[in-house]
Ligand binder design. Sequence first.
Ligand SMILES: *Cc1c(COP(=O)(O)O)cnc(C)c1O
Length: 393
Amino acid sequence: MSKKAQHPETQAIRLQRKRTNELEHATPLFLTSSFVYESAENMAAAFSDESLEVNIYSRFSNPTVDEFVGKVCALEGAEDGVATATGMAAIFSTFMSFLQQGDHVLSASAVFGSTHTIFTKYLPKWGITHTYFDMNQPQTIEALIQPNTKMLYVETPSNPGLDIIDLALLGDICKRHKILFVVDNCFATPAVQRPIEYGADLVIHSATKFMDGQGRVLGGVVVGREDLIHELYLMVRNTGPSMSPFNAWVLTKSLETLYLRMDKHAENALSLARSLEGHPAIKQVKYPFLPSHPQYNIAKKQMRNGGAIVSFELAGGLDAGRKFLNGLEMISLTNNLGDSRTIASHPASTTHSKLSEAERAAVGITPGLVRVSVGLEHVEDILGDILQALEGV
Ligand SMILES: *Cc1c(COP(=O)(O)O)cnc(C)c1O
């Protein structure tokens, strides 16, 4: 059976690039900083080759890291990829590879907190400007393109507001204006949404989240067009935000259950979102596959399911948010997400606390907003804990 004939679900489990002479069944862990050569000539040849063909040093490439990247490429339908130490390293390396002084980035305003910090604090140091657009007003985007606009950047669903934007529409705009289209696909994962099918040039992940799925290791990955990835590879190879082989080994194993996990996460999340809608302590529940979501039709078009994240706005605001979190018995209070354990967080006081109140409001983070990363526990236990905590707000 050819690789092409296999479903992504199968490739997530079966794809294996490297085996040692032992013909081990599971993916081997190459925990080594460098690789040896049989001769001076082989060593010289390795150093003259900038491709990934020969392993030299694990900052440049490593077989275990290659395994992980290869799987993500197969799942996203990408030509090639590069792994990084964290999701932020993936994002920052992408910016550093493709932006230079005088360039402009058009980005959705609803981006991950640290991504916002890169746009507002660091990129201006190198003379790179940005303009934010409102994900709920996609018709305004094209008018914001400047002659120096180099990149369009978006997260969909966004964190933590769960706004959705039409990827096909953005793909079309970027193609017509010859702008790089970059998507942070962390919240959906390739098991739910494949942005390359809609024209994305590069897709970024924080592998820390659902790719690991159990809150153990940090990681990041960028996949996409081969020519772009080669540029990015050289940047990562030389500047050093490379992925640890150990983390790649953990992540590669985790990808085997990605589809299974994302289906169950989404089943629990939809059930929870439906149960919470209309609760008197809650002003609004947001979940991409609830018909009340403003971009429900777009979500249905480009996502296989609604994902694992449910957010809701407590009628009682900031005070109710604190009381709610303190009232939870099983659900973990932590700012990570994408874990088999259900997690609740309060963005206004944690991930987005560096933003001003006005900036938070602009990206839909109200004082009473609670984000739940719905885990794999029995849904009745998840719902039960949330309902009992809501009694105390
Ligand atoms: C967590 C996250 C990141 C950053 O990833 P790290 O692995 O924590 O560096 C980027 N984007 C999104 C959407 C995230 O949720």
